[in-house]
Design a protein around this ligand. Structure first.
Ligand code: NAP
Length: 313
């Protein structure tokens, strides 16, 4: 029997590629020099798209695949998938929730510690041989600082639990108050930013949350505040963040995500109160395998007419 055609949009994991090619007829979009010509010639064979945070499934891609049945995202975030077009065309959608939550929450704590305790500065201090001639300046304490979380979902809640273990009082902002959590709810993000010392962005990226961190929020967080972003780059108005850091209107930032990845504002490179990571929130050996297995499990379930493991649509 002919293998089902699956289109991968960008390189995600070697393991996922190998597993997909052993089960399906795998097409790799990023290896095509002319994508439109490739799609014209092969679209009728493609029944599934596997996308990720770099390249998902926009309406143009979905519309061009007449026999598309499912988009399986190698990510929990759905901002790179046009869900409305999927709904209109009856295309199923899956993502990878829960399995990456711990890693992303761990990294949020890592960024907080790296910024406040100046972990990267200390590392460079030794490696550049400076310890022999001078002392490192004092850093700031994490334990007990008030933490504000934007988006108390799976990842936000996991960050809250970790910060609680550091003795931090927790506040959060989301569209609705959560009954399960004993944390202080702020319906207004400015009030949350005014009342915390560390603000962590962990919500999903939608039209509503685009630039949810703007100049007003940054100024409410204030010159002693720390901003951590492990959500999506477009949550923050990046030029406003850069100017706040350059002008000393914010004490520091820890960023895993950026508005125009892999472009990162170069003005940040010289700031030792800023720690930058290349969108690696869930990138551990362990979690990338579980995410890949979930993508494959969803595709196998769909094509065997069984219930999807993690359906979105
Ligand atoms: P989730 O459980 O769906 O949580 C999303 C949260 O966003 C919910 O608490 C939701 O709260 C909140 N939210 C949605 N719209 C909002 C709005 N307009 N204002 C305020 N809050 C809003 O998702 P998750 O698994 O925690 O993942 C969250 C996000 O993390 C993903 O969407 C993804 O973008 C990002 N992420 C990043 C990495 C990385 O590598 N850095 C890895 C994984 C995920 P309400 O519904 O109550 O408003």
């Amino acid at each position: 029997m002919e293998k089902i055609g699956v289109l991968m949009t960008s390189p995600m994991s070697t393991y996922l590629e190998q597993e997909l090619s052993s089960r399906f007829n795998l097409f790799k979009l990023w290896t095509q020099s002319c994508k439109s010509k490739f799609l014209q010639q092969n679209s009728s064979h493609i029944k599934a798209v596997v996308g990720d945070t770099k390249c998902g499934a926009d309406s143009e891609l979905i519309e061009s695949l007449a026999n598309l049945e499912i988009v399986a995202s190698y990510s929990v975030g759905l901002d790179k998938i046009n869900l409305d077009t999927c709904r209109d065309k009856g295309v199923r959608v899956t993502n990878t929730p829960d399995v990456l939550t711990d890693d992303v929450a761990d990294l949020a704590v890592g960024l907080i510690l790296a910024v406040l305790r100046r972990v990267c500065v200390g590392d460079e201090f030794i490696k550049c041989g400076k310890w022999k001639s001078c002392e490192l300046a004092l850093s700031s304490k994490f334990s007990g600082k008030s933490v504000g979380i934007v988006g108390l979902g799976r990842i936000g809640l996991a960050v809250a639990k970790r910060a609680t273990a550091f003795g931090c009082p927790i506040g959060y902002h989301s569209r609705s108050q959560k009954s399960c959590a004993n944390y202080k709810y702020y319906s207004n993000i400015i009030e949350l930013a005014t009342n915390c010392q560390i603000l962590i962005v962990a919500c999903s990226l939608t039209e509503e949350t685009h630039h949810i961190i703007n100049r007003k929020v940054i100024d409410a967080l204030g010159r002693d505040g720390i901003l951590i972003n492990i959500g999506r780059g477009a949550h923050i108005d990046e030029p406003e963040l850069v100017s706040a850091l350059l002008e000393g209107r914010l004490a520091g930032a820890g960023l895993d995500v950026y508005e125009n990845e892999p472009e990162v504002p170069e003005q940040l490179f010289g700031l030792d109160n800023v720690v930058l990571l290349p969108h690696v929130g869930s990138d551990t050996e362990e979690t990338s395998k579980v995410m890949a297995d979930l993508v494959i499990g969803n595709l196998v379930a769909h094509f065997s007419k069984k219930p999807l493991l993690t359906p979105v649509i």
